[in-house]
Write a protein that binds this ligand. Structure first.
Ligand code: ZN
Length: 154
């Protein structure tokens, strides 16, 4: 049993016990040392984005005082949902260790297969309207950013 995965599982159990959220825990590791330990807090915080991986990334970034976690790894008790996967990409993390997979998770009611299908362009989700409006005005923002001489890219 991997020590970091065991920690992620312990975190998830803590969350279950205290009704903080679903059975999910995550650990961010750098150079073999734990930077952050989190569990799902969707219920505790009334925050639909408070998934363990997102919280672990936020905490690790705060500790390192940088948004680039390319020298870190993440351990998560379950395969990341599309939101967490995107957060992992944005954080530039190169390796994700996960325990149960998305099919296992769907079997207990956390089904994100619709999101995966939507991203792959395999479905038009009738529950989500994606409406493109006022593009020209918003393009001005992109130009402002592009022309900003002291911007920090990430
Ligand atoms: Zn997630």
């Amino acid at each position: 049993m991997n020590t970091f995965m065991q920690m992620a599982i312990d975190e998830a159990r803590h969350g279950i016990k205290h009704n903080h959220g679903g059975p999910f825990g995550a650990i961010v590791v750098k150079d073999g040392k734990v930077l952050s330990k989190t569990h799902n807090e969707v219920l505790k915080n009334n925050d639909p984005t408070a998934h363990a991986e997102v919280l672990a990334i936020r905490q690790a970034s705060e500790i390192l005082e940088r948004f680039d976690l390319s020298d870190c790894e993440i351990y998560t008790s379950s395969e990341p949902c599309p939101m967490c996967l995107a957060a992992i990409y944005w954080a530039r993390i190169k390796t994700v260790y996960y325990g149960s997979n998305k099919i296992d998770v769907a079997s207990i009611g956390f089904d994100d297969s619709l999101f995966y299908r939507y991203i792959r362009g395999e479905t038009q989700d009738q529950g989500l309207k994606l409406v493109n409006t006022d593009r020209d005005e918003c393009l001005k923002l992109l130009r402002e950013w592009s022309e900003k001489s002291d911007k920090q890219m990430y």
